[in-house]
Design a protein around this ligand. Structure first.
Ligand code: 0O2
Length: 241
Protein backbone atom coordinates (compact mmCIF):
# COMPACT_ATOMS: atom_id res chain seq x y z
CA UNK A 1 0.00 0.00 0.00
CA UNK A 2 1.31 3.36 -0.88
CA UNK A 3 1.24 6.04 1.78
CA UNK A 4 -0.87 8.03 -0.65
CA UNK A 5 -3.79 5.57 -0.41
CA UNK A 6 -3.58 5.51 3.35
CA UNK A 7 -3.55 9.30 3.41
CA UNK A 8 -6.47 9.40 0.95
CA UNK A 9 -8.58 7.26 3.24
CA UNK A 10 -7.49 9.16 6.32
CA UNK A 11 -8.46 12.42 4.64
CA UNK A 12 -11.99 11.14 4.01
CA UNK A 13 -12.44 10.15 7.61
CA UNK A 14 -12.31 11.91 10.90
CA UNK A 15 -9.94 10.54 13.51
CA UNK A 16 -13.02 9.45 15.46
CA UNK A 17 -14.39 7.38 12.56
CA UNK A 18 -11.15 5.43 12.35
CA UNK A 19 -10.84 5.01 16.10
CA UNK A 20 -14.41 3.77 16.40
CA UNK A 21 -13.94 1.44 13.42
CA UNK A 22 -10.90 -0.27 14.98
CA UNK A 23 -12.25 -0.12 18.54
CA UNK A 24 -15.23 -2.30 17.58
CA UNK A 25 -12.81 -5.06 16.54
CA UNK A 26 -11.08 -4.81 19.90
CA UNK A 27 -14.47 -5.19 21.63
CA UNK A 28 -15.32 -8.18 19.42
CA UNK A 29 -12.02 -9.80 20.46
CA UNK A 30 -12.78 -9.05 24.13
CA UNK A 31 -16.19 -10.72 23.79
CA UNK A 32 -14.83 -13.83 22.10
CA UNK A 33 -11.94 -14.04 24.59
CA UNK A 34 -14.43 -13.94 27.47
CA UNK A 35 -16.43 -16.74 25.88
CA UNK A 36 -13.28 -18.82 25.33
CA UNK A 37 -12.15 -18.32 28.93
CA UNK A 38 -15.56 -19.38 30.27
CA UNK A 39 -15.60 -22.46 28.03
CA UNK A 40 -12.05 -23.33 29.09
CA UNK A 41 -12.94 -23.12 32.77
CA UNK A 42 -16.18 -25.08 32.33
CA UNK A 43 -14.25 -27.73 30.41
CA UNK A 44 -11.69 -27.93 33.24
CA UNK A 45 -14.49 -28.36 35.75
CA UNK A 46 -15.97 -31.27 33.76
CA UNK A 47 -12.84 -32.96 32.39
CA UNK A 48 -10.24 -32.02 34.98
CA UNK A 49 -7.81 -30.26 32.64
CA UNK A 50 -7.62 -27.11 30.50
CA UNK A 51 -7.91 -27.86 26.78
CA UNK A 52 -6.45 -24.45 25.93
CA UNK A 53 -2.73 -23.80 26.34
CA UNK A 54 -2.66 -20.25 25.03
CA UNK A 55 -4.86 -17.53 23.51
CA UNK A 56 -3.43 -14.61 21.58
CA UNK A 57 -5.20 -11.90 19.67
CA UNK A 58 -4.56 -8.85 17.56
CA UNK A 59 -6.36 -6.14 15.66
CA UNK A 60 -4.74 -5.73 12.24
CA UNK A 61 -2.90 -2.43 11.87
CA UNK A 62 -4.49 0.16 9.59
CA UNK A 63 -1.48 -0.23 7.25
CA UNK A 64 -1.98 -4.02 6.88
CA UNK A 65 -5.73 -3.56 6.47
CA UNK A 66 -5.17 -1.17 3.61
CA UNK A 67 -2.48 -3.40 2.07
CA UNK A 68 -4.93 -6.30 2.07
CA UNK A 69 -7.73 -4.10 0.71
CA UNK A 70 -5.47 -3.11 -2.16
CA UNK A 71 -4.44 -6.73 -2.80
CA UNK A 72 -8.10 -7.74 -2.90
CA UNK A 73 -8.81 -4.73 -5.13
CA UNK A 74 -11.58 -3.59 -2.83
CA UNK A 75 -12.78 -0.02 -2.64
CA UNK A 76 -11.17 2.04 0.09
CA UNK A 77 -14.21 2.81 2.21
CA UNK A 78 -14.79 1.58 5.75
CA UNK A 79 -18.00 -0.17 4.75
CA UNK A 80 -16.35 -2.15 1.94
CA UNK A 81 -13.32 -2.93 4.07
CA UNK A 82 -15.59 -4.17 6.87
CA UNK A 83 -17.40 -6.56 4.52
CA UNK A 84 -14.36 -7.79 2.61
CA UNK A 85 -11.53 -8.04 5.11
CA UNK A 86 -12.75 -10.57 7.61
CA UNK A 87 -9.56 -11.00 9.61
CA UNK A 88 -9.20 -7.48 11.04
CA UNK A 89 -9.85 -9.08 14.42
CA UNK A 90 -7.87 -12.29 14.86
CA UNK A 91 -7.70 -14.78 17.70
CA UNK A 92 -5.33 -17.74 17.83
CA UNK A 93 -6.02 -20.56 20.26
CA UNK A 94 -3.43 -23.23 20.96
CA UNK A 95 -4.75 -26.47 22.38
CA UNK A 96 -3.14 -29.43 24.04
CA UNK A 97 -4.52 -32.17 21.81
CA UNK A 98 -6.11 -32.49 18.35
CA UNK A 99 -9.39 -33.61 19.96
CA UNK A 100 -9.33 -30.39 22.01
CA UNK A 101 -9.03 -28.30 18.84
CA UNK A 102 -12.31 -29.79 17.60
CA UNK A 103 -13.92 -29.66 21.04
CA UNK A 104 -13.12 -25.93 21.43
CA UNK A 105 -14.30 -25.26 17.88
CA UNK A 106 -17.58 -27.10 18.52
CA UNK A 107 -18.15 -25.29 21.82
CA UNK A 108 -17.67 -21.92 20.10
CA UNK A 109 -19.97 -22.86 17.22
CA UNK A 110 -22.72 -23.73 19.71
CA UNK A 111 -22.80 -20.21 21.18
CA UNK A 112 -26.15 -18.71 20.23
CA UNK A 113 -24.78 -15.27 19.32
CA UNK A 114 -21.98 -16.62 17.13
CA UNK A 115 -22.60 -17.13 13.44
CA UNK A 116 -20.04 -19.22 11.57
CA UNK A 117 -19.40 -17.58 8.21
CA UNK A 118 -16.47 -19.68 7.01
CA UNK A 119 -14.90 -22.92 8.21
CA UNK A 120 -11.59 -24.28 6.89
CA UNK A 121 -10.21 -27.52 8.23
CA UNK A 122 -6.51 -27.54 7.38
CA UNK A 123 -6.07 -30.39 9.88
CA UNK A 124 -8.12 -32.88 7.91
CA UNK A 125 -6.96 -31.25 4.68
CA UNK A 126 -3.49 -29.72 5.26
CA UNK A 127 -2.21 -27.08 2.85
CA UNK A 128 0.30 -28.34 0.25
CA UNK A 129 3.20 -26.89 2.30
CA UNK A 130 2.10 -28.95 5.35
CA UNK A 131 0.29 -26.14 7.23
CA UNK A 132 -2.27 -27.51 9.69
CA UNK A 133 -4.82 -25.45 11.60
CA UNK A 134 -8.57 -25.05 11.99
CA UNK A 135 -9.84 -21.67 10.78
CA UNK A 136 -13.20 -20.07 11.32
CA UNK A 137 -14.56 -16.68 10.41
CA UNK A 138 -17.29 -15.92 12.88
CA UNK A 139 -19.69 -13.00 13.18
CA UNK A 140 -20.52 -11.64 16.61
CA UNK A 141 -22.75 -8.74 17.70
CA UNK A 142 -20.95 -5.94 19.52
CA UNK A 143 -23.38 -3.81 21.54
CA UNK A 144 -22.43 -0.14 21.41
CA UNK A 145 -24.37 2.69 23.09
CA UNK A 146 -26.19 3.62 19.88
CA UNK A 147 -25.93 0.55 17.63
CA UNK A 148 -25.22 -3.15 17.32
CA UNK A 149 -22.19 -3.87 15.16
CA UNK A 150 -22.10 -7.37 13.70
CA UNK A 151 -18.37 -7.94 13.51
CA UNK A 152 -16.19 -10.57 11.84
CA UNK A 153 -13.50 -12.30 13.85
CA UNK A 154 -11.02 -14.83 12.47
CA UNK A 155 -10.37 -17.68 14.89
CA UNK A 156 -7.43 -20.03 14.30
CA UNK A 157 -7.31 -23.13 16.49
CA UNK A 158 -4.41 -25.58 16.47
CA UNK A 159 -2.20 -27.73 18.67
CA UNK A 160 1.10 -26.55 20.16
CA UNK A 161 2.98 -28.69 17.62
CA UNK A 162 1.02 -27.19 14.68
CA UNK A 163 1.60 -23.71 16.08
CA UNK A 164 5.33 -24.37 16.49
CA UNK A 165 5.52 -25.48 12.85
CA UNK A 166 3.46 -22.52 11.57
CA UNK A 167 5.48 -19.93 13.50
CA UNK A 168 8.80 -21.26 12.26
CA UNK A 169 7.59 -21.72 8.70
CA UNK A 170 6.42 -18.10 8.77
CA UNK A 171 9.87 -16.96 9.94
CA UNK A 172 11.66 -19.03 7.29
CA UNK A 173 9.43 -17.60 4.55
CA UNK A 174 10.05 -14.10 5.88
CA UNK A 175 13.79 -14.41 5.28
CA UNK A 176 13.31 -15.95 1.84
CA UNK A 177 11.93 -13.50 -0.67
CA UNK A 178 12.46 -15.80 -3.65
CA UNK A 179 10.87 -19.15 -4.36
CA UNK A 180 11.75 -21.66 -1.67
CA UNK A 181 14.16 -24.37 -2.93
CA UNK A 182 12.55 -27.80 -3.32
CA UNK A 183 14.82 -29.26 -0.59
CA UNK A 184 13.31 -26.91 2.02
CA UNK A 185 9.72 -27.40 0.90
CA UNK A 186 10.21 -31.14 1.27
CA UNK A 187 11.88 -30.74 4.67
CA UNK A 188 9.06 -28.48 5.89
CA UNK A 189 6.49 -31.08 4.82
CA UNK A 190 8.49 -33.75 6.68
CA UNK A 191 8.57 -31.51 9.74
CA UNK A 192 4.77 -31.16 9.48
CA UNK A 193 4.53 -34.94 9.47
CA UNK A 194 6.74 -35.12 12.58
CA UNK A 195 4.47 -32.56 14.28
CA UNK A 196 1.49 -34.74 13.43
CA UNK A 197 3.22 -37.87 14.77
CA UNK A 198 3.97 -36.01 18.02
CA UNK A 199 0.34 -34.85 18.30
CA UNK A 200 -0.93 -38.38 17.74
CA UNK A 201 1.45 -39.85 20.33
CA UNK A 202 0.58 -37.27 22.98
CA UNK A 203 -3.14 -37.78 22.34
CA UNK A 204 -2.74 -41.56 22.65
CA UNK A 205 -0.79 -41.25 25.92
CA UNK A 206 -3.38 -38.80 27.23
CA UNK A 207 -6.24 -41.18 26.40
CA UNK A 208 -4.47 -44.16 27.94
CA UNK A 209 -3.72 -42.27 31.16
CA UNK A 210 -7.33 -41.05 31.29
CA UNK A 211 -8.53 -44.61 30.86
CA UNK A 212 -6.37 -45.67 33.82
CA UNK A 213 -7.70 -42.73 35.84
CA UNK A 214 -11.23 -43.76 34.80
CA UNK A 215 -11.87 -40.39 33.15
CA UNK A 216 -14.08 -39.68 30.16
CA UNK A 217 -12.04 -39.33 26.94
CA UNK A 218 -14.70 -37.14 25.32
CA UNK A 219 -15.23 -39.47 22.39
CA UNK A 220 -18.85 -38.26 22.38
CA UNK A 221 -17.64 -34.77 21.45
CA UNK A 222 -15.18 -35.76 18.78
CA UNK A 223 -13.58 -38.93 17.54
CA UNK A 224 -9.98 -37.87 16.89
CA UNK A 225 -8.89 -41.11 15.23
CA UNK A 226 -11.16 -40.41 12.26
CA UNK A 227 -9.57 -37.03 11.64
CA UNK A 228 -6.06 -38.29 12.24
CA UNK A 229 -6.22 -41.02 9.65
CA UNK A 230 -7.49 -38.62 6.96
CA UNK A 231 -4.87 -36.12 8.00
CA UNK A 232 -1.93 -38.51 7.92
CA UNK A 233 -3.01 -39.95 4.59
CA UNK A 234 -3.27 -36.46 3.17
CA UNK A 235 0.17 -35.36 4.40
CA UNK A 236 1.78 -38.56 3.08
CA UNK A 237 0.07 -37.88 -0.24
CA UNK A 238 1.42 -34.31 -0.25
CA UNK A 239 4.92 -35.58 0.50
CA UNK A 240 4.90 -37.76 -2.57
CA UNK A 241 4.37 -34.72 -4.84
P1 0O2 B 1 -1.35 -12.76 8.78
O1 0O2 B 1 -0.29 -11.74 8.70
O2 0O2 B 1 -0.97 -13.93 9.64
O3 0O2 B 1 -2.70 -12.22 9.12
P2 0O2 B 1 -7.60 -14.32 3.31
O4 0O2 B 1 -6.39 -13.81 2.55
O5 0O2 B 1 -7.38 -14.30 4.81
O6 0O2 B 1 -8.87 -13.63 2.92
P3 0O2 B 1 -6.92 -17.03 2.95
O7 0O2 B 1 -5.47 -16.72 2.79
O8 0O2 B 1 -7.50 -18.06 2.01
O9 0O2 B 1 -7.85 -15.77 2.82
O10 0O2 B 1 -7.21 -17.44 4.44
P4 0O2 B 1 -6.66 -18.68 5.22
O11 0O2 B 1 -6.20 -19.76 4.32
O12 0O2 B 1 -7.75 -19.00 6.20
O13 0O2 B 1 -5.38 -18.08 5.95
C1 0O2 B 1 -5.50 -17.03 6.84
C2 0O2 B 1 -4.34 -16.97 7.81
O14 0O2 B 1 -3.88 -18.27 8.19
C3 0O2 B 1 -3.11 -16.27 7.28
O15 0O2 B 1 -3.29 -14.89 7.44
C4 0O2 B 1 -2.02 -16.83 8.20
O16 0O2 B 1 -2.07 -16.23 9.48
C5 0O2 B 1 -2.47 -18.27 8.36
N1 0O2 B 1 -1.87 -19.12 7.31
C6 0O2 B 1 -2.49 -19.59 6.21
N2 0O2 B 1 -1.65 -20.36 5.49
C7 0O2 B 1 -0.49 -20.38 6.16
C8 0O2 B 1 0.78 -21.03 5.90
O17 0O2 B 1 0.98 -21.73 4.91
N3 0O2 B 1 1.77 -20.84 6.82
C9 0O2 B 1 1.59 -20.06 7.92
N4 0O2 B 1 2.62 -19.93 8.77
N5 0O2 B 1 0.42 -19.43 8.19
C10 0O2 B 1 -0.60 -19.59 7.32
P5 0O2 B 1 -2.60 -13.85 6.49
O18 0O2 B 1 -3.58 -12.75 6.25
O19 0O2 B 1 -2.04 -14.53 5.26
O20 0O2 B 1 -1.40 -13.30 7.31
Amino acid sequence: MTTASLDDLKMQLTRNDLLKFLMIYKFAIDEVNTKINILNEEFKYIHDYNPIENISSRVKSSESILQKAKRKKCELSLETIKENIKDIAGIRITCSFISDVYAVCEMLQKQKDIEVIEYKDYIKYPKPNGYQSLHMIIKIPVFMSDSVEHTYVEVQIRTIAMDFWASLEHKIYYKFNEAIPEKFTRELKEAALSALALDKNMERIHKEVNAIKGLDTRSHIFEPEAANSVNEGKIHELLRH
